[in-house]
Design a protein around this ligand. Structure first.
Ligand SMILES: *[C@@H]1O[C@H](CO)[C@@H](O)[C@H](O)[C@H]1NC(C)=O
Length: 224
């Protein structure tokens, strides 16, 4: 019951953009354990360093089910489109007709466009519960991504995600990383690709107005 209510509320969260401007500018903090992860499954990670305005985590391995790239001018709209596909998937619209437990976070990977009026590209992903990782059901239009050991530089922000905030928070993460070893590692890992690819991780349903946790992620590999 609780799980299905949660599914419903996450579903509604992504269908509605409840950013009504009623909430004051949220406190910025790093390294709050997302409260949702106490009640539903999240990928586990090790915190490698908590710095000034960022946290670096290592996700040992994780599996995600992802949409094809979605072209849109809005992350909020693209996330809604992608989440609808993923919601159908976990409700059993997959090759095995299998239902899958809700998890967090939902990721929206952003590949920004070159011009102000161009569409960006978004891939929306859902974390596959451990129980299903050995054999995630295939589904049309979706694909499985297996992450091996992956480092992620993280910045948390609160409130309801809006298109405006996403760019601001991503820029803030990038500037807090400037001059650190992580910045160099990210540059090396991303190589010749000069577009700044980052990801927005969302953990909450729309009816939670308190303690909301969202994150900007910049993923990279580290040669050890
Ligand atoms: C990740 O792998 C390392 C090395 O094998 C291990 O020490 C650590 O506990 C693992 N972390 C998680 C979150 O599973």
């Amino acid at each position: 019951m609780a799980a299905s209510m949660f599914k419903l509320s996450v579903f509604l969260s992504l269908l509605s953009n409840l950013n009504l401007g009623l909430w004051p500018e949220a406190q910025k903090s790093v390294a709050t354990f997302p409260p949702s992860c106490n009640s539903i499954e999240c990928p586990s990670y090790d915190s490698i360093e908590v710095g000034n305005g960022y946290e670096v985590r290592r996700y040992n391995s994780s599996e995600w089910i992802s949409t094809a790239p979605i072209q849109d001018i809005s992350l909020v709209a693209a996330t809604r489109t992608g989440f609808l596909q993923l919601f159908d998937y976990i409700q059993g619209k997959n090759k095995y007709g299998e239902k899958i437990e809700m998890t967090a976070p939902v990721l929206s990977e952003v590949q920004p466009s070159d011009g102000p009026f161009c569409e960006s590209s978004f891939v929306v992903s859902f974390y596959v519960p451990k129980k299903n990782q050995a054999k995630p059901p295939p589904a049309e239009g979706l694909h499985v991504q297996k992450w091996t050991s992956t480092y992620v530089a993280v910045r948390q922000f609160s409130g309801f995600v809006s298109d405006y905030d996403v760019g601001v928070e991503a820029a803030a993460l990038q500037s807090s990383l400037a001059g650190t070893v992580w910045s160099a590692a990210i540059e090396k890992s991303h190589g010749a690709d000069h577009t700044t690819i980052y990801t927005v991780a969302q953990y909450n349903s729309p009816f939670e107005f308190d303690h909301r946790v969202n994150e900007i992620w910049i993923s990279f590999n580290l040669e050890e």
